[in-house]
Write a protein that binds this ligand. Sequence first.
Ligand SMILES: [Zn+2]
Ligand SMILES: [Zn+2]
Length: 142
Amino acid sequence: MKRLLEEKDAFHDKCRERGLKLTPQRLAIYEAMRYSKEHPSIDMVYQKIKKKFPRISFDTVYRTLITLCDIGLVKPVEGYGYTRRFDPNTGQHHHFHCVKCQKIVDFYDQTYDRLTAPSKIAPGYKILSKKVVVEGLCPDCS
Ligand SMILES: [Zn+2]
Ligand SMILES: [Zn+2]
């Protein structure tokens, strides 16, 4: 409970810093994201939030997710098919992507963390982060 309150405060501080109003809808969207392990799409978040706020629009959920990305509390997940997905885990980690059910699972691996940029791009490009994506079938699909 204490952790939850602290996170609420962190979100509150971020919003205040950026001059954003902390609405119950925004907080609910943040909380739905924060504890999600499934790298949800906008629609998945929308379906969840709609149960609590039946009148919320898809567009509000969309814009709030973009705002959460802007203030660094959520990261957009790149390159997994046609639907944009979002990740509350903003730290260094890697993904397993199931090409059948589209599940994205986080994993941590120090060998992958230590990968260096290929010498072909090393001189001109500054690497800020690395993410390894392993694609295949999850245990449910294989
Ligand atoms: Zn699967
Ligand atoms: Zn992730």
